[in-house]
Design a protein around this ligand. Structure first.
Ligand code: UDP
Ligand code: GLC
Length: 391
């Protein structure tokens, strides 16, 4: 099966990192079409996945855009749609990985007469999207998609609650190669020394800097913990959230935490950094659709605390393979940090258990099999057995 993947982003967010794993088995017969240039293109190339940037014009619709704003930008999209229709002639299926990719992919699938798959990485709730954006996504998916792959039950449920057809949905979690998360003690110590964190209890936050990712909650929690507790904030403002970055720096200064909170920017050595942490905190204030960082922390064998909403509830069983706290509750988060500070055998056993479970449950080979099976059962005519991916 030849697949034309579409993704709007030039930057590597979670949906894009997930797409790398999905596209890999198809790399000799797929193309990833991007709507923006950037480091995500380089990552795809490093993974030998064919990629083409299909437009150099920014698409101006935002998550909060109104109907009129959406309509105004539609004209701007026509050349891109025409290009996708033309490229799609050489592919069996169009696979849209983001919302703007769904808009382009849906129209192109109609004109190119190719089936459409939509990989839903979002929770289509009012907290995350305007009413207009939600109904565009749901209606396009309902009318044009043969299959909607939701990244969690929470994303699937929100899609159905927003009016989406349940019969075309399937839940497939993100897959991970657990080998990528194995690190050695000496590397961990070296990295800790490089970062000036030797002897400190380190809480790591790994996410793009964005208000709903809740880095401000962790900063408040750190202020409530003993001096030896420090935090690293790993990630950058990927989508222009500069005001929030400034607010975070002001908050740190106001609380006098300059020596206890480090902003590391976007990093590519996530497994090493997570392994160097004593605890990974996930603090999203709105429901997280899936939450790759939660699984990654588990795979590194680092205890994890997550905000109790959305996909995180499907990943963490509190007290068994991590901790859950109510979203936005810095006091509760501080309590969990203080429990982990005791560094008991129970916490270590919990993290080991989490690692074992996660490496089976989210095994990338299994997850890719699930996707291959969904595609082959939806589109049997497009598959010849010799073309099944070598998983
Ligand atoms: N990540 C990264 N470098 C950073 C910060 C984050 O590579 O500096 C990765 C992180 O390891 C995870 C992804 O970005 O795989 C974020 O995915 P997640 O599902 O947690 O959140 P999203 O940003 O997609 O909403
Ligand atoms: C999106 C979601 C995130 C999820 C990722 C991969 O970026 O915000 O929760 O983990 O997609 O599915």
């Amino acid at each position: 099966m030849k697949i034309l993947f579409l993704d709007q982003s030039g930057k590597p967010g979670g949906a894009e990192l997930c797409l790398i794993d999905i596209a890999k088995p198809y790399r000799d017969r797929c193309l990833v079409g991007l709507f923006a240039d950037g480091p995500f293109k380089t990552l795809l190339q490093q993974n030998q996945i064919p990629v083409e940037v299909l437009t150099n014009q920014a698409i101006s619709v935002q998550k909060s855009s109104s109907f009129l704003q959406g309509l105004a930008s539609f004209q701007q999209l026509l050349p891109l749609i025409a290009k996708v229709v033309q490229i799609a002639q050489d592919y069996d299926v169009i696979y849209a990985n983001t919302q703007k990719a769904l808009v382009i992919g849906a129209i192109a699938s109609f004109f190119a007469r190719r089936p459409l798959v939509y990989h839903l990485h979002d929770i289509l709730s009012k907290e995350h999207f305007s009413q207009t954006n939600r109904s565009i996504a749901v209606n396009l998916a309902n009318y044009f998609a043969s299959l909607v792959i939701a990244n969690s039950q929470a994303s699937q449920q929100a899609f159905v609650e927003a009016g989406g057809r349940e019969d075309i949905t399937a839940v497939v979690y993100n897959g991970f190669d657990s080998k990528m998360y194995q690190t050695c003690e000496s590397d961990r110590q070296k990295l800790k020394a490089e970062l000036g964190l030797t002897g400190k209890f380190v809480v790591g936050h790994f996410s793009r800097l964005s208000p709903w990712k809740g880095q401000h909650i962790l900063i408040d929690a750190i202020a409530k913990c003993p001096e030896e507790v420090t935090a690293i904030l790993v990630g950058d403002a990927l989508f222009g959230e500069q005001d929030y970055v400034q607010q975070l720096h002001q908050q740190v200064a106001k609380l006098g935490l300059e020596n206890r909170i480090k902003f590391l920017g976007f990093r590519t050595d996530i497994p090493q950094l997570m392994a160097a942490c004593n605890l990974v905190a996930h603090t999203s204030t709105f429901a997280e659709p899936f939450g790759r960082v939660i699984v990654e922390a588990m795979l590194c064998g680092t205890p994890v605390v997550a905000a109790k909403a959305g996909g995180a509830i499907e990943l963490v069983e509190s007290g068994i393979n991590g901790f859950l706290v109510n979203p936005g509750e810095a006091e509760e988060l501080a309590q969990v940090i203080n429990i982990c500070l005791q560094d008991t055998d129970e916490i270590t056993a919990m993290a080991n258990h989490a690692r074992n479970i996660a490496s089976q449950r989210f095994d990338v080979t299994n997850i890719n099999q699930q996707i291959a099976q969904l595609l082959s059962s939806k589109f049997p005519q497009q598959i010849s057995p010799s073309l099944l991916p070598n998983l």
